[in-house]
Design a protein around this ligand. Sequence first.
Ligand code: NAP
Length: 249
Amino acid sequence: MKLLIAILCLVVMALGPISARTESAELKPIAVIGSTARSAPEIIRQALAAGRRVTGMSRSPERITISHPNFTAARGDVYDVDSLADALHGDEVVISLVGPSYVPGKEVTSVDLYSVGTASIITAMRRKGNQRLIVTSSGGVEMIPPEKPTTGGFSENFVWMKRGQYQDMQRMERIVANSDLEYVILRPRGFRDAPRKNNLLIADGIPTPNPSSILSYTDFATLVLSLTEDDRYLNRAIGVYTDEFESTD
Ligand SMILES: NC(=O)c1ccc[n+]([C@@H]2O[C@H](COP(=O)([O-])OP(=O)(O)OC[C@H]3O[C@@H](n4cnc5c(N)ncnc54)[C@H](OP(=O)(O)O)[C@@H]3O)[C@@H](O)[C@H]2O)c1
């Protein structure tokens, strides 16, 4: 009997706690490209809390301060396909939070980070066999003014100032839609560090309302992780917004 118990203990020690194994076996691992993004820590925190394996990529992985047995920090530059492919195992849902740094008040006229970078991500995913990609675009892609607004609210002028960025997001969206991957394109409005509110609204097939609505990182993270598992909005671009406003528009 003692021998049987000893063998059982050894088996459990070798396999790890049964509940943890079951949970992580059910939920897909994720790879987050842009793990130093402001929206990243909450996605990673919720994923690890749910028992997922997480790879966090950054051009400077030493800036990622997360320490967890299921977390690996890796170098990943979207202008360097090999760096992305090297960090992927092939079974992760890939989440891209990549975006350029922005100097307030400065016009952004020429960006290729989203389009060239996402083409690299797709190449790396094809190479490693990853199937699902979740990318962040913006509700701004739906409202790029054709010329400099002479009147208009804050949002219209903000989008004009950053039109190069939104135009590149449009190119990215076309590249993703023409790929053979499973994908979801998210068009959020502004993010804020705020408590969970469970108030996210989805614009599916209609223009995203409320240009200045606020999303909390917590709610956004929960949405992103849910989209790794279910097919509700698969192969679509969806607006993500709330009925809460911030600025005077
Ligand atoms: N913030 C908003 O209000 C807002 C609103 C609508 C949409 N979005 C979109 O939502 C996404 C996440 O937003 P966020 O505010 O959380 O992002 P963020 O704080 O601006 O961070 C952007 C990330 O992009 C990464 N990055 C830049 N160049 C890269 C490259 N060549 N290779 C790999 N990574 C690169 C940076 O990582 P490293 O420098 O560490 O490499 C950084 O972590 C972005 O796509 C953004 O455009 C944001």
